[in-house]
Design a protein around this ligand. Structure first.
Ligand SMILES: [Fe+2]
Length: 384
């Protein structure tokens, strides 16, 4: 059947409408996904990094960055960056009143720079230091509660240059990103308060448990010293330290009659004493950001050969942090004076640890620990 002119026209209309549709969908879905991220994830860097990748995709940019304002030094520093030069950017700081970003921060305006080399505001030093060539960019301030805390930039459109439309989209995204930062900051405050109260509980507990002195602080320090060789990034170290410090937090739930009993524990008392691992899990497990602390609280009495407690986990089924904590905890206990025992001399501690290689302790982590034994002893003496 032949199509009428109006049928063809309306089909054409439909076609052009559907041809435009993906663009709108992608821009809205990017926004939706950012909002979903804000609600689902409160890890600030994860939120920001994913938001930036979505933003680049939506605007067809090849790189983006978030610069934060340091009011004390009146500088802008690259907080997060994507693209080929992201690592070089991390160390760069620039005066907060210079460059396109600086101008955007000062004036509160979103700036579209179609040709960076011709812009009087363009701050060439960043490109010179990173060997990145900025062709075009948009910079928009990040407002939080009436203050501009930094600037969001997208750089180098894949084809051509950024449009006015792109500028409006970036502005909207900056507002959403600022909500993410604000939420994450509030969450961070709550998180830090929670961690601080848990740490206080762990510190208070040591006075009840035969006053173990600086035991928990030292355990944190040994862990942080060894962690880089076990694959921990610098950003993970502080969390590891506090998590290690909380390894015996479950002892708060152990009655004095058992915890402070001078003699040997009978089997039932021993069973109850061993529940300090799972009690620790109960105490710490309510906070999603304390999962590492949970691993350590439950894993530090597991043994490599599967004869430990509470779950008789074996070898690598014990979390890495638990395997590390097992060595650290025993090393420190053997080295320390307790009401029921004198400290063992370092040579004997070394020997006792080595004798348990592959039975109690993870052989590889133990080898690392013993290779740094002198340093570990120094930590012990420095924090005795
Ligand atoms: Fe313990």
């Amino acid at each position: 059947m032949k199509k009428t002119a109006s049928q063809s026209k309306s089909k054409h209309k439909l076609k052009s409408r559907s041809a435009k549709k993906p663009k709108r969908i992608s821009s809205f879905s990017a926004r939706d996904r950012i909002i979903r991220l804000i609600n689902s994830s409160l890890d600030i860097d994860k939120v920001l990094h994913l938001s930036m990748l979505l933003m680049e995709k939506t605007l067809n940019a090849t790189a983006s960055s978030i610069l934060l304002h340091d009011p004390e030094k009146n500088e802008l520093k690259f907080y997060l960056a994507t693209g080929a030069k992201k690592d070089a950017l991390k160390v760069i700081r620039m005066p907060a009143d210079q460059g396109v970003a600086g101008r955007s921060l000062q004036t509160g305006r979103t700036l579209l720079i179609p040709e960076a080399s011709k812009s009087p505001f363009f701050y060439k030093q960043v490109d010179e230091k990173t060997k990145f060539v900025t062709k075009n960019l948009i910079a928009t301030p990040i407002p939080i509660r009436g203050k501009r805390i930094g600037v969001l930039e997208v750089l180098n459109k894949t084809h051509g240059t950024f449009s006015h439309q792109d500028m409006l989209k970036l502005k909207t995204m900056a507002a959403e990103i600022s909500v993410a930062i604000d939420n994450a900051r509030l969450y961070d405050e709550v998180k830090h308060a929670y961690i601080a109260s848990m740490l206080n509980m762990a510190k208070a507990e040591k006075y009840r448990d035969h006053d173990t002195g600086m035991h928990i602080e030292r355990c944190g320090e040994y862990a942080v010293r060894l962690a880089p060789e076990l694959g921990f990034t610098p950003r993970e170290l502080e969390n590891l330290r506090v998590s290690m410090m909380m390894h015996d937090i479950g002892k708060v739930a152990i009655p004095d009659a058992i915890l402070l009993k001078p003699g040997r524990l009978d089997p039932e008392e021993m069973r109850l004493m061993q529940t300090h691992t799972t009690k620790g899990e109960e105490i710490l497990g309510r906070a999603p950001h304390l999962q590492r602390a949970v691993e350590i609280a439950t894993g530090h009495h597991e043994k490599w050969d599967g004869s430990g407690y509470p779950r008789r986990l074996k070898a690598r089924t014990i979390p890495l942090t638990g395997r590390l904590a097992a060595i650290i905890d025993v090393f420190d206990a053997l080295s320390s004076k307790r009401p029921y025992k004198d400290p063992f001399p370092p040579e004997q501690v070394f020997k006792m640890l080595k004798e348990n290689r592959g039975t109690h302790f993870d052989p590889e982590i133990l080898d690392l620990f013993l290779s740094r034994f002198t340093e570990m002893r120094e930590v012990y003496q420095g924090m005795a």
